[in-house]
Design a protein around this ligand. Sequence first.
Ligand SMILES: NC(=O)c1ccc[n+]([C@@H]2O[C@H](COP(=O)([O-])OP(=O)(O)OC[C@H]3O[C@@H](n4cnc5c(N)ncnc54)[C@H](O)[C@@H]3O)[C@@H](O)[C@H]2O)c1
Length: 347
Amino acid sequence: MNKQKPTLLVTGGAGFIGANYINYYLEKYPNMQLINLDKLTYAGSRTNLQALESLENYYFIQGDIADEKLVNTIFSMFNVSGVIHFAAESHVDRSIKNAKEFVKTNTLGTMILLQAARSAWEKEGTLTKKRFHHISTDEVYGSLGEDGKFHEETPYDPRNPYSASKASANMLVKSFGHTYGMNVVISSSSNNYGPKQHEEKLIPTIISNALRGEEIPIYGDGQNIRDWLYVEDHCRALDTIYHYGKAFETYNIGGGNEKVNMDIAVKICEILDHMQAVKTPRSLDSFKNLITFTTDRKGHDRRYAVDDTKLRESLGWKPIESLESGLKKTIDWYVAQWDQTLQKSRL
Ligand SMILES: NC(=O)c1ccc[n+]([C@@H]2O[C@H](COP(=O)([O-])OP(=O)(O)OC[C@H]3O[C@@H](n4cnc5c(N)ncnc54)[C@H](O)[C@@H]3O)[C@@H](O)[C@H]2O)c1
């Protein structure tokens, strides 16, 4: 790695969206240099980036974004040309059980990154040029009734510790823009799905439990609505916003695929039922028979949906993947992982 060369700093790149983003970025810009700073919590895995480990323009640092000394050292050792900040504790259920790590990483960690970037870029006189892009979520806006969508101007109304810690981080990012003139941008996306997501999240849980022939747990009445965004569509949106989005602005990113959780589970089971490579458990006619309702999540937000007209009209982005095609790609990936696990267990 050339320490003088402009280098993008990505945080949380061993997680689901970050890993998809780094793979996408280095394929699209093979001459760019990138550092991935990731603590490798239970949610991060270097196998998500295995193919990149031997590249000279990719460098992995295991570390905590809330470690001020480490973060400052990275800014002093490398010519950091911009930051794309994914690192976070990301699972709502875990935040309900223990909020502390969420505030530490998502809020304090973001502030430490902002401070280090500001300090380094102010010294170089590049504060208004080099970009700090915070990856946020539509959950900061709260919960919707049957109608309407979240806009970029919708006031924050976080309703669980995860979304509260992300809303706080957004506010700090905005404050560094307003107070110091730092070139910040925020993107708030809806629920992502695709390859490399941790098994604890809804879609991987449905697929993995089905493949194991175990019950597929669905919270409450299964009627909570999410707008599903395929992760590679999200990566393209981030690339567009990072390069062309206006400083101090927020851009919402949606998938245009609002579905109740129960319909997602049924759709996945139907795809699995028709896959030749997958065998429906002998005692069942369909994977759908594995679906079971469980006690609802505390304070479960009923519906999220974002209006992303601003991104579509001002920057020309739109998702490519339909829910059907995105789910097929996602299921294919998990089935391939499952086959590898089975093969290893037979060795
Ligand atoms: N997954 C979604 O549907 C979704 C939707 C909207 C926004 N987001 C946001 O996108 C970002 C990425 O989400 P994801 O689903 O890929 O999360 P993830 O949980 O899969 O990955 C998070 C990554 O951050 C790392 N990390 C955690 N704490 C860290 C710390 N203190 N220092 C350094 N690294 C740390 C983990 O090791 C992991 O690799 C998050 O900021 C999340 O809030 C996610």
